[in-house]
Design a protein around this ligand. Structure first.
Ligand SMILES: *[C@@H]1O[C@H](CO)[C@@H](O)[C@H](O)[C@H]1NC(C)=O
Ligand SMILES: *[C@@H]1O[C@H](CO)[C@@H](O)[C@H](O)[C@H]1NC(C)=O
Ligand SMILES: *[C@@H]1O[C@H](CO)[C@@H](O)[C@H](O)[C@H]1NC(C)=O
Ligand SMILES: *[C@@H]1O[C@H](CO)[C@@H](O)[C@H](O)[C@H]1NC(C)=O
Ligand SMILES: *[C@@H]1O[C@H](CO)[C@@H](O)[C@H](O)[C@H]1NC(C)=O
Length: 312
């Protein structure tokens, strides 16, 4: 890809992040309708109208807090608009939005935000497990083209039988295709959705070199504008299953994804030869999507604050 083609796609992706969606008809559901507190309940504080929630981790509740969906879902499109703690130092703090079940062969699809030391920014990690493959982490990490503690941004998980796609605002950032090489390691059983904060001091920031420090205050994460357009497994009649969810992304969006990955991805399990001297089988198959495309070196573009709402 030439530099100018690259630049054009990079700009397209940034425009896509900022422009409201016209193509998707997703339904917003309130926090109280969809979720219940899970732990650290006194630090799970819904807004007065019940639409949003703030969860915290502080010196009085050092293990953090979290919430879980009232129902399990079998596939769907799940989005939360999230604003991360804006403390100058958040090392060791982990904030999440993820899908998981309690099965002995667990499935899981994760967004995990990893706290930072002063002068650095939040790192976003994605991961997934299928059918109990918890000894085979498939992590990727990215910088973000904006400060996620300044404004709300949408983080979406599209989960179908064929693929899992992670979105940041309008932009797909990772696609995991259910290729046969993955064996049974693709999430396939109904899962609950969670939002949590917890102490990941041992690993989250610079491999555990910097730990949670409450001298910097309590850490608050806000979640709002939830989309839970999935098939609820409990319901007899399942109108949610016919929600207008995309089946995947098209070639233009995939190009934007590759540009995003080229510019912001800082870690992929597929490229970690220390950890996986023999890379996991799907890394060979979907090499093209896994390899960051070559990108010009430079600072991330300045993102204007107050990003527009993405969904109706
Ligand atoms: C969006 O969905 C709502 C209800 O789910 C429906 O009433 C409306 O017609 C849909 N709009 C479009 C443009 O499809
Ligand atoms: C930090 O976040 C809190 C909670 O969302 C907010 O009340 C405060 O104004 C923010 N401070 C700055 C400097 O953005
Ligand atoms: C998962 O299992 C644990 C332990 O058995 C239980 O406390 C928890 O409520 C379960 N969670 C869900 C969402 O079913
Ligand atoms: C899931 O794991 C179990 C236990 O290891 C195994 O018996 C089963 O075949 C696996 N399922 C799939 C779909 O691979
Ligand atoms: C690809 O998908 C995007 C987002 O849904 C849409 O705006 C665009 O028109 C699509 N492009 C093509 C060529 O279908």
């Amino acid at each position: 890809m030439s530099f100018f083609t690259y630049l054009r796609h990079a700009i397209l992706c940034i425009i896509a992040i900022l422009k409201p969606s016209v193509s998707l008809n997703l339904s917003i559901i309130s926090f109280t309708e969809a979720f219940s507190p899970l732990y650290g309940n006194q630090n799970v504080i819904p807004s007065n109208d019940g639409n949003s929630v703030q969860i915290s981790m502080n010196q009085w509740l050092t293990s953090g807090s979290g919430f879980v969906s009232q129902y399990a879902y079998n596939h769907g499109f799940f989005i939360a608009s999230i604003k991360l703690p804006n403390n100058t130092y958040t090392a060791g703090v982990v904030a999440t939005f993820y899908a998981q079940n309690n099965d002995s062969n667990r499935d899981e699809i994760d967004f995990e935000f990893l706290g930072h030391i002063e002068g650095e920014g939040w790192i976003l990690q994605t991961n997934l497990y299928g059918n109990g493959s918890i000894h085979k982490g498939r992590e990727e990490r990215y910088r973000l083209p904006f400060d996620p503690s300044k404004d709300f941004h949408d983080y979406g998980i599209l989960w179908t039988t064929n693929r899992v796609i992670f979105f940041v605002d309008e932009c797909a950032i990772r696609e995991v295709v259910n290729v046969k090489e993955m064996g049974g390691d693709f999430p396939s059983k109904p899962m609950y959705m969670y939002g949590t904060m917890w102490d990941g001091s041992d690993w989250a920031t610079h491999d555990g070199k910097y730990r949670v420090d409450f001298e910097y205050g309590g850490f608050d994460t806000e979640y709002t504008r939830f989309v839970m357009d999935g098939c609820r497994v409990d319901s007899f009649f399942q109108p949610e299953c016919y929600a207008d969810i995309p089946s995947g992304i098209n070639a233009t969006e995939r190009t934007r994804m590759d540009v995003y990955r080229g510019q912001y991805m800082i870690y992929s399990y597929c490229l970690d030869t220390d950890r996986y001297p023999i890379s996991l089988p799907e890394c060979e198959v979907i090499d093209e999507d896994m390899q960051p495309i070559s990108a010009p070196i430079g600072a991330p573009p300045n993102m204007v604050s107050g990003a527009s709402r993405r969904f109706r």
